[in-house]
Design a protein around this ligand. Structure first.
Ligand SMILES: Cc1cc2nc3c(=O)[nH]c(=O)nc-3n(C[C@H](O)[C@H](O)[C@H](O)COP(=O)(O)OP(=O)(O)OC[C@H]3O[C@@H](n4cnc5c(N)ncnc54)[C@H](O)[C@@H]3O)c2cc1C
Ligand code: SF4
Length: 328
């Protein structure tokens, strides 16, 4: 595997970046840490002749309890005691991304926009050519669900579930200016599965914003993967909420990632628990209801039925561990 030549652009302001993005429309990718994009380029997946590096843009930097710049490195977040204390579920998720080496380069923005994954897609050009390419790159059919004209590649970022559970918003910049949207609205749940976000052409993520209400919630992120030292999630469950040990639930969010094409929240089920105490029986019932709604397909290493059954186990465990004192 090798990298084909590309032209690297290094703008130093947001304004120059957006102007460049307009000039190169349809012919570039943004480059953050490159830990996801460049391995895909080595496999000749959806290559573009230009890369716009986000490294030199000051507007994408900086971190506080309210705002995480898109170009903040995961390793720096991992070592930030204030952030870890305020958001224990997010701290879990950061620790679980890949390896220390990948976290030293990988960024917040890149993690939110990591390419969706599928056994038939994350392969070398020659492997894919021998089977016949698929909808997501170079081809016109899906090997996983052949009767549908949709891609079912799995959303495999670890941070998004934890941030969704905290009601995070993303700040996006584009030709039309700056806008702020709930993180959930970044992902295209109704789309064809190929275009994985609702970002308009040329738009980029500037920062993640965390509301004051997210601070000090109980939280946990549980991840199912084959090799704990290294692998992408086969399932990721984030919980965040406020409740006393035997007292009523004041607020609760549960998010499932690593199972479908986008991370998913279940607010109707968790809002129904507000005012009730979070007993083991209720936690179990909640996990089982969520598992009924999620439909993994057979495109990652572990079987979909196993991944789906593990949802209820992980929801229950995450809530129990959050209850045992992972409040800030
Ligand atoms: C061995 C290995 C294991 C991994 N395991 C995991 C894992 O367990 N969990 C996990 O979540 N990830 C994993 N990853 C994927 C990846 O390393 C991380 O998700 C990382 O955080 C991606 O960040 P990055 O800055 O390197 O993104 P990049 O590779 O630079 O970019 C990823 C995508 O996001 C786009 N992009 C980046 N920043 C922006 C922005 N600000 N605005 C608009 N678009 C942008 C890029 O154009 C590209 O399409 C793994 C990678 C490797 C190589
Ligand atoms: S789900 Fe289908 S279209 Fe999507 S990457 Fe896999 S094989 Fe390709």
């Amino acid at each position: 595997m090798h990298l084909d030549p590309f032209e690297l652009h290094r703008p130093t302001s947001l304004r120059d970046t957006l102007r460049l993005a307009g000039d190169l429309a349809g012919r570039f990718d943004y480059l953050a840490g490159g830990t996801d994009l460049l391995p895909n380029y080595k496999m000749h997946i959806n290559l573009r002749p230009h890369l716009i590096a986000l490294e030199g843009i000051p507007e994408l930097r900086g971190r506080s309890l309210e705002r995480l710049g898109a170009m903040e490195r995961l390793a720096d977040l991992e070592r930030d005691p204030a952030l870890r204390g305020a958001y224990p579920g997010l701290a879990d998720a950061i620790d679980e991304v890949a390896t220390p080496l990948v976290r030293a380069s990988g960024t917040v923005g890149g993690n939110l926009l990591v390419e969706t994954r599928c056994f038939f897609f994350n392969q070398s050009y020659f492997w894919r050519a021998s089977l016949g390419f698929c909808l997501k790159a170079d081809g016109d059919r899906c090997h996983v669900v052949p009767q549908k004209e949709r891609c079912y590649a799995t959303f495999s970022g670890d941070l998004a579930p934890a941030l969704l559970a905290l009601d995070a918003e993303v700040e996006v910049a584009g030709p039309a200016g700056l806008r702020r949207v709930p993180l959930g609205a970044l992902y295209d749940a109704e789309g064809d599965g190929i275009r994985r976000t609702r970002l308009a052409p040329g738009e980029l993520v500037v920062a993640v914003h965390l509301p004051a209400s997210a601070r000090g919630l109980r939280g946990r992120y549980k991840k199912l993967r084959v090799r704990p030292s290294y692998d992408f999630p086969e399932l990721g469950v984030a919980v965040a909420g406020r409740w006393e040990s035997a007292g009523p639930v004041e607020r609760l969010r549960v998010v499932v990632g690593g199972a479908e094409s986008y991370p998913r929240r279940f607010d109707d089920l968790t809002d129904a628990l507000v005012g009730a105490s979070l007993t083991d029986a209720r936690a179990r019932a909640l996990g089982e209801e969520i598992a009924k709604r999620v439909r993994p397909v057979h495109n990652t290493f572990l079987l979909p039925d196993y991944r789906r059954r593990m949802i209820s186990v992980y929801v229950r465990r995450a809530l129990a561990e959050a209850r045992e004192g992972r409040a800030a």
